[in-house]
Design a protein. Structure first.
Length: 330
């Protein structure tokens, strides 16, 4: 009897030990779940070679197909990108300007900056028409300046004005997309404009406009890779894989630069010679270092001071919450 009792107890204990293991199976499967579709925004401008190569070579499609994940691309720029993130229409934004990211997050759009996409302060410039009597930033007082509001171009202008002892109230800012701002300047509808490359180099080469000040020393001139917080928390491994693929694209460009520049020239309707000359202005490395973080905090303070985000926002807390580089390739 005692022998049978011992056997029964042993069997019962074994069954009890199996229950938690069996109960965990659905949770394990849930953790390993992949999204069926990844929605990604991109822009080929100003000179976004990584996006162009990604589209041409289908590197994201091929890699994610191994996990039965479909990739969909959407060409978006400026505020349309943050609106799409807020609406959950896209999961990743591959070239979101940092000012838009800060403003959007401060206004309740729960997104994360995962890495740098590009830095190009030398590729952003305040320009004026030749012969228009504007030779310095100080000459802008009372003038019309065209630019895309709520972007790094806007921040660059206000910081350039401050450097010259002026403020935004000393000029009339006209909100326009960069191409429209450039054309308005040529048609003398405005007195100056803040534009990025390749428009900047194209305009200077035409000898119709003159460079007053570039953005170096004023702003980061950075675009970032951002994503919806909800998505990356639900699919952390997919997020890591996304950034790994992006790094693979950068590695491919480095090894095949001539081909990458030809692709970029074709995609943007530019001469290869112009693309080759402009490319060195752009830094496409992914890491975000402590100096970048401090610059982002300075930008947040600037945005508070100029009414783009609420004055009671803690800039340090905002940027510390916004930037998450933990998914970067090791």
């Amino acid at each position: 009897m005692k022998k049978h009792l011992k056997v029964s107890i042993t069997v019962l204990l074994s069954l009890l030990l199996l229950i938690p293991v069996t109960g965990c199976q659905p949770n394990i499967a849930k953790q390993q779940e992949n999204p069926k579709v990844i929605n990604i925004s991109y822009s080929t401008k100003p000179l976004n070679a990584p996006a162009i190569v990604a589209l041409e070579k289908k590197m994201f499609e091929d890699e994610f197909a191994k996990d039965e994940i479909q990739v969909k691309w959407y060409e978006l720029e400026g505020p349309a990108t943050t609106e799409a993130l807020a609406a959950k229409s896209i999961d990743f934004a591959t070239s979101l300007n940092y000012v838009s990211a800060i403003i959007s997050n401060a206004n309740g759009n729960d997104i994360k900056i995962l890495s740098s996409y590009s830095k190009f302060p030398k590729g952003i410039g305040l320009v004026a028409a030749k012969g228009g009597g504007i030779a310095s930033v100080a000459d802008l007082k009372g003038k019309k300046v065209a630019l895309q509001q709520g972007t790094m171009l806007h921040e660059m202008l206000i910081k350039a004005l401050a450097e010259a002892g002026l403020s935004a109230n000393d000029v009339q800012i006209i909100n326009m997309a960069s191409t429209d701002a450039y054309n308005a300047l040529l048609q003398k509808q405005v007195d100056a404009a803040v534009i990025p490359d390749p428009l900047l180099t194209k305009g200077i080469a035409s000898q119709k406009i003159t460079l007053i000040r570039n953005a170096e020393g004023l702003i980061l001139g950075q675009a970032v890779i951002a994503a919806r917080t909800e998505f990356i928390q639900k699919y952390p491994e997919t997020t890591k894989h996304f950034l790994e693929i992006h790094q693979q694209i950068l590695d491919w460009i480095q090894k095949n630069q001539d081909e990458a520049l030809r692709m970029t020239a074709d995609a943007n309707g530019m001469e290869l010679k112009a693309v080759t000359a402009l490319y060195p202005k752009f830094d496409f490395t992914m890491p975000i270092d402590s100096q970048d973080i401090e610059k982002l905090k300075e930008s947040a303070e600037f945005l508070k001071a100029n009414g783009f985000i609420k004055s009671d926002v803690d800039s340090d807390e905002l940027i510390n919450h916004l930037v998450d580089t933990g998914y970067l390739p090791k």
